[in-house]
Design a protein. Structure first.
Length: 507
């Protein structure tokens, strides 16, 4: 274990021993390009906030298209050698990265919690273990990835070569920073591509730490390049660059549309994972206790900032009042507090802008006739260091129709609405009424009803009697405005490769 973490004034920094120098000091993050940590060409930086305190605690390179051009050049140069590197060697390097993430779990989780505002316990149990699992999963997956052959009786044999695309772009959001960043990078490099990646400028810290880990693990220079900065500068430059052959993006639907427009004329391969407004359908014959425990999580985990959260809760009429009473009681007990305290179940939301957006939607819900059953405002947090942080009370709203704006637009915060229903056909109509189609949860002990409902819901991912149970081999993604393409398992390895058919005449 050669990595060193420093935690000075809230700034976790990891570097290989002997490399602990930064031109501007530890508070300044750097780009990871061609195997080196370097500042942006512009030499300008963006403030990075700690959402729990509302204070600036570090600075991010304000990179632009010049930095992206340098990164693409490095990736392009590395491509020939990396794509020819035997899969077992690629696998070994990626497993080293997975090991190093695991060994540095505590510090990476601390960095994620400080940077994002999420409870440290969540970063420790979900975000960082999953980042390591992503590398491990695709490192070993590539060892078993095979292509097809098609034999034409006595005349010819076809086989399919799956070739890496070349240089690819990976762009990720702020809600699950290292988790989603590595979910894209791992399959891209496993298949022999070289990557130019951009984390969200709102949560760049663990991507910066990943750079140090990749250096330590011996990832050859140029295979992964991380360029920090704004979406409209760095993200746009990646999507526009003619040498970038594919883009894997996760983020909002509007940004996904912009990327689709920018790339339309260039025929880049695109995978877009976008927003959601997922239904949570609760039938009266469900296992009530199990449903209630899970519904608290599916409504408010990560302050409701998970694309798979189910903020539209439909409850069958016979259990509506019972559900409402218990859900409100238990939500009131969710402790909102300093993300670094083990007692906190809810941390801060990610930014001031997002904080204001959520409060705007709570206000809109009231204007639309919604009744706030609990929460509905800024949360007061006892820790004095958090007095200027962006905390919101978990909020439950009733009395709104399924088609109002509150129930149609993505809020992406600790806000859930509850609505009664009477018939299966009615709830399916409600569930499908938004432009989104990422996931849905169904609660019932009647297996036929579960299958029937699942088949009729317009969503890429359905959970029956559970939520966020993830098998990395399964196809992941949404329909309608929630997504284009699928991630996960072979789907990801196929996305990052181009099939070439070779037909050989037998005689
Ligand atoms: P954004 O769409 O704002 O940003 C996502 C990423 O794209 C960021 O790195 C952003 O940079 C970058 N970006 C912004 N503009 C451009 C552009 N013009 N060209 C290229 N890249 C650009 O999403 P958020 O970060 O706000 O994340 C929240 C959203 O992500 C929610 O809608 C949520 O539903 C969705 N999401 C979807 C998931 C899924 O699997 N379907 C999973 C998780 C989240 P910058 O931060 O600098 O603006």
């Amino acid at each position: 274990m050669v990595l060193i973490f420093l935690l000075t004034e809230d700034v976790p920094v990891v570097y290989k021993e002997g490399q602990m120098k930064k031109k501007r000091g530890n508070k300044y993050l750097e780009n990871y390009i061609n195997g080196e940590m370097i500042g942006p060409e512009s030499d300008t930086y963006i403030d990075n906030y700690n959402p729990a305190t509302g204070a600036v605690y570090s600075f991010i390179p304000d990179s632009d298209k010049k930095d992206v051009a340098i990164a693409v050049k490095a990736a392009d140069k590395a491509f020939n050698s990396w794509s020819q590197t035997p899969v077992d060697k690629r696998c070994r390097i990626m497993l080293r990265i997975a090991d190093l993430i695991e060994q540095n779990l505590e510090n990476l989780a601390l960095a994620e919690s400080i940077d994002n505002g999420k409870p440290l316990s969540l970063a420790k149990s979900i975000d960082i273990p999953r980042a390591s699992a992503n590398f491990r999963f695709f490192a070993t997956g590539i060892m078993h990835f095979a292509s097809e052959s098609h034999i034409m009786e006595n005349s010819a044999i076809n086989y399919t070569n799956r070739k890496p695309l070349g240089v690819v772009g990976c762009i990720s959001p702020w809600n699950l920073p290292l988790y989603l960043f590595t979910w894209k990078i791992a399959p891209a490099i496993a298949t022999g591509n070289c990557v130019v990646a951009k984390p969200s400028e709102i949560t760049p810290m663990t991507a910066d730490l990943l750079s140090g880990i990749c250096i330590e693990a011996g990832l050859p220079p140029g295979v992964l390049n991380i360029v920090h900065g704004y979406g409209h500068k760095v993200g746009k430059a990646i999507t526009e660059h003619p040498k970038v052959k594919g883009i894997s993006f996760t983020g909002g639907t509007k940004t996904g549309q912009e990327i689709a427009q920018v790339t339309a004329g260039t025929f880049k391969k695109l995978s877009l994972e976008m927003g959601g407004k997922n239904p949570n359908i609760i039938f009266a014959d469900c296992n009530f206790d199990e449903m209630m425990r899970t519904t608290l999580r599916s409504s408010f985990s990560n302050q409701g900032q998970i694309c798979l959260c189910g903020p539209r809760i439909f409850i069958e009429k016979p259990i509506y009042e019972k559900f409402k009473k218990e859900f409100v009681e238990r939500t009131k007990k969710l402790k909102v507090g300093d993300p670094l305290s083990p007692k906190s179940r809810q941390g801060a939301v990610v930014s001031k802008e997002h904080f204001e957006k959520i409060l705007y939607y709570i206000d809109l819900a009231k204007k639309e006739g919604g009744k706030i059953l609990c929460g509905g405002k800024k949360a007061t947090v006892t820790a004095s260091r958090c007095k200027n942080g962006w905390f919101i009370e978990p909020t439950i709203i009733e009395g709104l129709p399924p088609k109002c704006r509150t129930n149609q637009e993505e809020i992406f915060g600790p806000v859930a609405t509850i609505m009664p229903f009477e018939r299966e056909s009615e709830v399916i109509r409600y569930a499908n009424s938004t432009p989104y189609g990422l996931s849905a949860t169904i609660w019932t002990e009647d297996i036929s009803k579960a299958h029937r409902t699942a088949a009729l819901i317009e969503a890429g991912i359905i959970w029956v009697n559970c939520w966020l149970v993830r098998d990395l081999r399964t196809p992941f993604g949404g329909v309608k405005n929630s997504g284009m393409g699928r991630e996960g398992g072979w789907e990801a390895l196929r996305f990052f490769t181009e099939p070439q058919n070779v037909c050989v005449k037998l005689q």
